[in-house]
Design a protein around this ligand. Structure first.
Ligand SMILES: C[S@@+](CC[C@H](N)C(=O)[O-])C[C@H]1O[C@@H](n2cnc3c(N)ncnc32)[C@H](O)[C@@H]1O
Length: 204
C-alpha cells in the first residue's frame, strides 16, 4: 500500500470512529447514515448483505435489526465469524446460481432487505471499473428480485459513469420509489453512489 494512502487513512474521521466503535470497516457508516435518513432496515428484519467482507455492513445491519432479525453475509472471501446466532456468512460468487441457492436455503424466510457493497478489483481504468461495477450491481439486483419479500427494499453501490442512468431506470422498473444516495461517509472524491429501491413491485 502506498505510504501517503496509509497516512491519509489514519487521519480519516470515519476510519478512527470505526476503530473506536469496533466496526470492521469505515463503510459501516455509509449504511448507517443511509438507513438513518431513509429507514429501509427495521428491527426484526431479515437482511442479505452481498459483498460483505470484512463485515462492517453486517455489524451495522445487525445493530439495527436486533435479536429478532437475521443477517446473511455473502462474499468471495471468508468473513471472520460472528458470535451472534442470527448472523451467518457464506463464501460465494454472486454471479453463480449455486450462491443464490445457498442464500435461499439459509434464509429463515424471504428477505426484507438486500444490501450490496460489492466492488470489483479496481483496475484504475475508469471505463473498465465502471462497467464491472454495473455488472455486479445488476447481478445484485437479480438476486434481490429472487430473495426479497413483496415490498422489500434494495440498496446497492454503483460507480458513476455513462451506464449509471440506465441502471437506475432498471431499478425503477422493479421498485416503487428510487433514491440516489451519497452518504457523508462516502468520500466526496470517490465516484461511488448508492441506489436505493424501496417497496419491490408485485410484478417483479
Ligand atoms: C467494499 S468491500 C465490502 C465492504 C463491506 N460492505 C463492509 O462494510 O465490510 C467489497 C466486497 O465485494 C466482494 N466481491 C467482489 N466481487 C464479488 C462477487 N462476484 N461475489 C461476491 N463478493 C464479491 C469483495 O470480495 C469485497 O470483499
Amino acid at each position: 500500500m502506498p505510504k501517503a494512502w496509509i497516512q491519509e487513512r489514519k487521519r480519516d474521521y470515519y476510519y478512527k470512529k470505526a476503530k473506536e466503535e469496533k466496526y470492521r470497516s469505515r463503510a459501516a457508516y455509509k449504511l448507517l447514515q443511509a438507513v438513518k435518513k431513509y429507514k429501509f432496515i427495521s428491527k426484526g428484519d431479515v437482511v442479505v448483505d452481498l459483498g460483505a467482507a470484512p463485515g462492517g455492513w453486517i455489524q451495522a445491519a445487525s445493530r439495527i435489526i436486533g435479536k429478532n432479525g437475521f443477517v446473511l453475509g455473502v462474499d468471495l472471501k471468508p468473513i471472520k465469524p460472528f458470535l451472534q446466532d442470527n448472523i451467518q456468512t457464506v463464501i460465494g460468487d454472486i454471479n453463480e446460481e449455486e450462491t443464490l441457492q445457498q442464500i435461499l436455503s439459509i434464509l429463515p424466510e424471504k428477505a426484507d432487505v438486500v444490501i450490496s457493497d460489492v466492488s470489483p478489483n479496481i483496475s484504475g481504468i475508469w471505463e473498465v471499473d465502471h462497467a464491472r461495477q454495473i455488472d455486479l450491481a445488476e447481478q445484485s439486483m437479480k438476486i434481490a428480485l429472487k430473495v426479497l419479500k413483496p415490498s422489500g427494499n434494495f440498496f446497492v453501490k454503483v460507480f458513476q459513469g455513462d451506464m449509471f442512468d440506465d441502471f437506475v431506470k432498471k431499478v425503477k422498473e422493479h421498485f416503487r420509489v428510487v433514491k440516489i444516495v451519497k452518504p457523508k461517509a462516502s468520500r466526496a472524491k470517490s465516484s461511488e453512489m448508492f441506489v436505493l429501491g424501496l417497496f419491490l413491485k408485485p410484478s417483479s
